[in-house]
Design a protein around this ligand. Structure first.
Ligand code: PRP
Ligand code: ZN
Length: 310
């Protein structure tokens, strides 16, 4: 697919609808769609269409291969993109060499899409370290990132560039090893490969093209940033409630992780004990609840928070 066909699939003079590129199907798709839905963006479920118009907001979602997203941003075809840092960095190295624009701005890091770029070899192979790769054929979608790391170690290799199904290359006799993204490791395992060395760690980021957005688009972009931040803050936060001895309030507050000022509520007919409600901005572990209990807290409830607006 080339950029022109994407640019032409809607009136490219459209100055009012924020156009966002997301991965069509892959490791970022589900979490990105969930984030968008939780932010109140209503768009068609179907993945068959390249372009989905949000029904309730001036937003168009473009579903493409993740590897195409940085280029779409840098060529100013879309306004926003959700992409892995690995894909972004690889594309920048490639485009720099080709003399193309590599400008973009990071809007915000996202709290999903953690993965690593790793070298993997057939499970039955011995492995002594990266120097085993000297002179070997390595199949990858990320030749620039791989070359950068191996060059530092003085290792030369023969890159076999594949943009999909990299994991089948060793079995198909195309390469001795692969260098590919690993999230759960399921893809490697089901292809008889073992992960032997991680060369890069990546997360999902939201990026914007390096031009000022038209005012209408800027307004919707600002609204979305605030909602995304609210969802991410909420997903890491919990609402904690308990009844506790008034005398132990200080001790209790000191062990609550990332907690803001709690609300203290009188308990009818009980002067020794109070109810305490607090938002904690960190994970709450069982150990913390057990410590609270040992300080005399009872009826301890930890409740998830759906949305948060500071
Ligand atoms: C990456 C990679 C593997 C998969 C690894 O694909 O190429 O196929 O994720 O995930 P796992 O360890 O959980 O099995 P990506 O989402 O980049 O899609 P693409 O290869 O089609 O671009
Ligand atoms: Zn990809």
């Amino acid at each position: 697919m080339n950029n022109c066909s994407i640019a032409n699939c809607e009136n490219s003079s459209d100055k009012t609808r924020l156009r966002i590129a997301i991965q069509k199907s892959g490791r970022l798709t589900e979490d990105t769609e969930k984030l968008f839905r939780n932010s109140g963006i209503k768009f068609a479920e179907s993945h068959d269409h390249l372009l989905a118009h949000a029904e309730n907001l001036p937003i168009d979602i473009l579903r493409v291969r993740d590897d195409d997203i940085p280029g779409l941003i840098m060529d100013h075809v879309v306004d926003w993109g959700v992409v892995g840092q690995n894909v972004l960095e690889e594309t920048m190295m490639q485009r720099k060499l080709d003399g193309l624009n590599i400008g973009y701005t990071e809007v915000m890091p996202l709290n999903y899409g953690d993965c690593r770029l790793s070298v993997a070899v057939p499970s039955e192979n011995d492995w002594h370290g990266l120097s085993d790769l000297e002179g070997k054929k390595i199949a990858t979608t990320y030749p620039f990132l791989l070359r950068r790391v191996l060059k530092e170690r003085g290792i030369s290799f023969k890159p076999v560039l594949l943009t999909g199904s990299v994991e089948v290359a060793p079995r198909a006799g195309l390469a001795d090893a692969i260098c590919d993204l690993v999230c759960t490791g399921a893809t490697l395992q089901s292809n008889g490969l073992k992960e032997v060395e991680t060369i890069y760690r990546s997360k999902a980021v939201l990026i914007c093209r390096d031009q000022e957005l038209y005012p209408e688009k800027k307004a919707i972009a600002d609204l979305l940033v605030q909602r995304f931040k609210g969802i991410m803050a909420a997903s890491e936060s919990k609402y904690i409630m308990m009844n506790a001895p008034r005398a132990k309030l200080e001790a209790i507050r000191s062990i609550l992780p990332g907690a803001e000022n709690p609300s203290i509520i009188e308990l009818e007919g009980d002067h020794e004990r109070v109810a305490l409600h607090v938002v904690s901005r960190e994970k709450v572990f069982w150990e913390t609840l057990e410590q609270l209990k040992s300080l005399g807290a009872t009826s301890i409830l930890v409740v998830p928070i759906e949305k948060m607006l500071d």
